[in-house]
Ligand binder design. Sequence first.
Ligand SMILES: Cc1cc2nc3c(=O)[nH]c(=O)nc-3n(C[C@H](O)[C@H](O)[C@H](O)COP(=O)(O)OP(=O)(O)OC[C@H]3O[C@@H](n4cnc5c(N)ncnc54)[C@H](O)[C@@H]3O)c2cc1C
Length: 331
Amino acid sequence: MAEYHGVMIFAEITDGKLAPIFRELMGIGRKLANDLSEELSVLVAGSGVANIAAEAVSFGADKVYIADAPLLQDYRTDSYVAVIEKIVKQTNPRILLLGQTIIGRDLAPRAACRLGTAVTLDCIALEIDAPTKQLLQTKPVYGGNACAVYIMETYPQMATVRAKTMTASLPDSSHRGEIIQITTSLDGADIKTDVLQKFIQETEGIKLEDAAIVIAGGRGIGGPDGFKQLEELAKQLKGAVGASRPPCDNGWVSDTRQIGLTGKIVSPDLYIAVALSGTSQHIAGCAGAKNIIAINRDPEANIFKEARFGVVGDWKKVVPAFQAKIKELRG
Ligand SMILES: Cc1cc2nc3c(=O)[nH]c(=O)nc-3n(C[C@H](O)[C@H](O)[C@H](O)COP(=O)(O)OP(=O)(O)OC[C@H]3O[C@@H](n4cnc5c(N)ncnc54)[C@H](O)[C@@H]3O)c2cc1C
């Protein structure tokens, strides 16, 4: 059996820069590596990414494995899975961590399958069980109503990490690490997809994932005009607007606003759930919020079981009254 050693982080790159989740992965990666007294490495894949490798060192990497090839210019599942498979089989990390992002969710299960191991998605806590050196992987289950701790019998022990659940590492330009080039031997013919065009979806104001306050509207908002009112409230509170699935399916708001099992996962300080019932598929995306306030005309709506504060009433009356009160309090 191969000897497994160390913690490896997959460095996700967006728009030519390390994705925000990278710092959080390095924060937890460093802690796990210290607890194991083993090294922390980073896997960087892309085209023209030498500067990214150097930056990864400043975030605390002892080693950076870099796969730099034109075929890795855009994220494509086939090419990235092949690179992960090659580097991981060559280096045998004990633990491999990715972000619970759109790319991480696509990549991690496929890579796990290729590596003959398993992956725990959407972890909110990771620690080492000292006697066994096993990775204890905690993730929310049953729509966030409970947490389960997973242990894996196969290696590498793989997990994806939910954004904003780990303390981010800070850059230190004095940190020294080794950068190791890996030849990819990728064949374009093996990559089944091609990127034909890229679209940038402009979002006004604060990004949903970064917002400290999220105002999420549900089916009961009734149409796109209702969402305009939620946008006004979001502006007042310096927050961002999210949605349950029906408003996205109906085209009232962009799909990028969807929160839940098949949408985004957010962990704001305050989550205002307006005219949504609070199904488990929705709560899966907002269970990490520090406080939930529900506004719903049905006192039996499930969202009240999740919420810290609740207002039973028609949102068309409650939201304007709330906005007026904010204005009054701010003079
Ligand atoms: C595989 C799968 C994945 C899914 N993924 C997601 C996901 O990621 N995110 C997601 O949200 N859903 C997801 N769903 C859909 C989910 O099951 C629910 O259908 C959805 O969450 C319901 O959205 P809602 O709460 O807005 O609508 P409803 O359940 O219809 O609730 C509307 C609420 O609005 C209230 N209301 C109506 N009018 C007013 C008013 N004037 N004032 C105040 N309250 C009012 C009603 O009392 C009701 O509680 C998924 C489903 C499946 C099967």
